[in-house]
Design a protein. Sequence first.
Length: 249
Amino acid sequence: MRLDKLLAELTGMTRSQARDVIVNGRVCVNGDVKKLTAEKVNEESDVLTLDGETLTFRKFVYYMLNKPAGTVSATQDRAARTVLSLLSAEDRKKRNLFPVGRLDKDTEGLLFLTDDGMLSHRLLSPRKHADKLYFAKLERKITEEDIAAFAAGIKLDEDLTAMPAVLRRLTNEELRDFLPEDGAAAAVTLQEGKFHQVKRMFAATGNEVLYLKRMAMGGVLLDKTLLPGEYRELTKDELITLENCVTEK
Ligand code: URA
């Protein structure tokens, strides 16, 4: 395999970033500096270092995406743009990536993309209680009764009652970012992910969600610098936060 390709795979760098660090003499193969990006290396046996640190093969990759409205949380779709189509061609073909759970087509915000099926499964299991935080623009302001109803568990239909959820007003700082114009908004934290759950919970209180954005999941916050449609790899600390969130306590 080419050195720049292996370096990109091991570190999550783009090919051009990998080429830069190679040309700058920061990469060694078996102890020797290699400055040729097309150098042939053996991914099974050669030891690569970057700035003196040994690189080990990454079993899985993890991205956070700021999902834009109009995209579907699927790997394939006949009619609509999928969240995977937002990745660069290089990142898309690297692994068998899929979204961790679903956001509605018109919902924006935090969506993880990974090839780690086990972590995904654990994050989505209601038994693991991974918190999901949503900000919603609403038709009307929330009341103390709404907060109590969310805390008690909203009845979604005849046979289904949602687990208790925390409904609250936004802080002034949150409002400045999320709803600078006039209107009503609220934050809701829940641990389930049933179909249209947040919209149905507000609908059950006689309210309507006009816009919905996921701000956090499993203790990891959506990076505020990501514009809709942009993504980046999770940091080590974010991954540890997710792991801790789904590990049996
Ligand atoms: N709840 C909803 O209603 N929609 C989403 O996309 C996510 C949670």
